[in-house]
Design a protein around this ligand. Structure first.
Ligand code: BGP
Length: 476
């Protein structure tokens, strides 16, 4: 069956500054959180239990320092995106390139000039940039000196950063997003909140206070964007994973609903509806959480609601109230009960294309705002054949099945703006810090230990995706 995607559908790929730019010291860039994260098992344990120092150990390898060197190779990479026919390219701006420490008064010209070069190059090829303002990073200095997002002052620094980038790129960027996967902060405080939660007793109250500061910061960015760029669109960005009940026991169904409220909807409710939902107020009351909300904050949340929802979709989750009698946990970071109907990636992420149609319908029926899938894809080990080819049929199969479900959801009436598959060029994995968890259409010769030529080559999926875009999704 072939699907009809709307005219002007935004096909493309997605990346994040800290995972692919490299050049961590170039152009006066300051240190950000990703720069002090090691790779491998050590990273996963830090992500699960944040709390460590921020010093760089000269003996250790830090995968994000060089990334895949997009900083120097952006022209070559953008030419490859153009060859696939990308309409849009999603990336993020590194806060530390613009304000190296985060609390300076004036932006760093070298950092601003770098993104000018990138956006100009994209536009030259007819590719619109889609820009995440903050993707899993913040200046280390702001965390050390101010305690990250727990501190209200950080909102002021963020606002200064946002003003600087809006001012500079207002004629170049039409699609913006505020905080990447803001809701994953519930699972990974280290990323969502930038190392701001260190102690067990700090986990809840300060986490929600930090969320409040991010909501205020986001609303300010949205308002500013609307004032400065009336033609532009600005969205939130959440991670979405439909939560299935383990069985039809109403206790478990209710539990799945509660999990979904907190995980999938809490942040989106504030971003899209501009107010704290009832279930979270109840949660605050029952857990004795009192937020410090300043005068005008609640009005601001109402005034700064987003134009669209950007979201990532990788998997669904299965939940049960009492897990003591179930065997098998899925996932490496976001854990759930194993779903016997689904297969999983090598990292335990359960592959569920129909879950994407469910997600699209859930989100659209709840909010009635345009949706934009800004991440989706299969992390896999790739094998380079002797002749240099990479036959990633498993990736094609994964993407095809997900795009088909997007087609179904569009038939269901969902308003979908576009699709940018994650890691369109191989890059450093966020959860493992490794290169070997690859998502790309473009292979990058770089290994987990930092060896490799960094040479780029086209995988089989490169040609497949080119055809998908060429045919506006008809040829899958
Ligand atoms: C999302 C993040 C990305 C990205 C992706 C894949 O959660 O927004 O930054 O990395 O997941 O995750 P991983 O790199 O761990 O495979």
């Amino acid at each position: 069956m072939s699907y009809k995607f709307p005219e002007g559908f935004l096909w493309g790929g997605a990346t994040a500054a800290n995972q692919f730019e490299g050049g961590f010291h170039e152009g006066n860039k300051g240190l950000n959180i990703a720069d002090v994260l090691p790779g491998g098992k050590e990273r996963i344990s830090i992500l699960k239990d944040p709390g460590f120092d921020f010093e760089i150990d000269p003996e250790k390898f830090y995968p994000n320092h060089e990334g895949i060197d997009f900083y120097n190779r952006y022209k070559e990479d953008i030419a490859l995106f153009a060859e696939m026919g990308f309409k849009v390219f999603r990336t993020s701006i590194a806060w530390t390139r613009i304000f190296p420490n985060g609390d300076e008064l004036e932006p760093n010209e070298e950092g601003l000039a770098f993104y000018d070069r990138v956006f100009d190059e994209l536009l030259k090829h007819g590719i619109e940039p889609v820009v995440t303002i903050s993707h899993y990073e913040m200046p280390v200095h702001l965390v050390k000196e101010y305690g990250g997002w727990r501190n209200r002052e950080v909102v002021t620094f963020f606002e200064r950063y946002v003003k600087a980038i809006f001012n500079r790129y207002k004629d170049k960027v039409k699609y913006w997003m505020t905080f990447n996967e803001i809701n994953s902060g519930l699972m990974m405080p280290i990323m969502g909140l930038g190392f701001s939660v260190h102690k067990e007793e700090d986990k809840y109250g300060p986490t929600f206070q930090a969320f409040h500061h991010q909501f205020v910061a986001s609303a300010k960015a949205v308002k500013l964007c609307h004032e400065m760029m009336p033609e532009a669109k600005i969205g939130c960005m959440i991670i979405y994973a439909p939560v299935y009940s383990y069985d039809s026991n109403p206790e478990n169904v209710m539990h799945a609903m509660e999990e979904s409220n907190i995980f999938n909807y809490f942040c989106a409710d504030v971003h899209v509806r501009g107010e704290y939902p009832g279930y979270i107020k109840r949660y605050f009351k029952e857990n004795n959480i009192q937020l410090d909300i300043e005068d005008g904050d609640l009005e601001l949340l109402k005034e700064g609601t987003v134009d669209y929802i950007g979201f990532s979709y990788y998997m669904s989750r299965t939940e049960k109230k009492d897990k003591s009698d179930v065997e098998g946990i899925s996932g490496n970071i976001m854990e759930g009960i194993k779903n016997p109907f689904l297969e999983a990636s090598d990292w335990g992420w359960e592959i569920d294309p129909i879950g994407l149609r469910i997600s699209l319908n859930n989100l659209y029926s709840r909010y009635q705002v345009p949706l934009f899938i800004v991440e989706n894809g299969l992390g896999a080990y790739d094998k380079v054949e002797e002749d240099g080819s990479i036959n990633d049929d498993y990736r094609i199969d994964y993407l095809r099945k997900h795009i088909e479900q997007m087609g179904e959801a569009i038939e269901d009436g969902v308003e979908l703006m576009g699709y940018t598959s994650w890691g369109c060029i191989d890059l450093v994995s966020a959860s493992t810090g490794e290169m070997s968890k690859r998502y790309g259409f473009i292979y990058v010769d770089r290994n987990d230990d930092g060896s490799g030529t960094l040479e780029r080559s086209r995988k089989k999926s490169f040609y497949w995706y080119k055809d998908v875009i060429d045919s506006n999704g008809e040829k899958l």
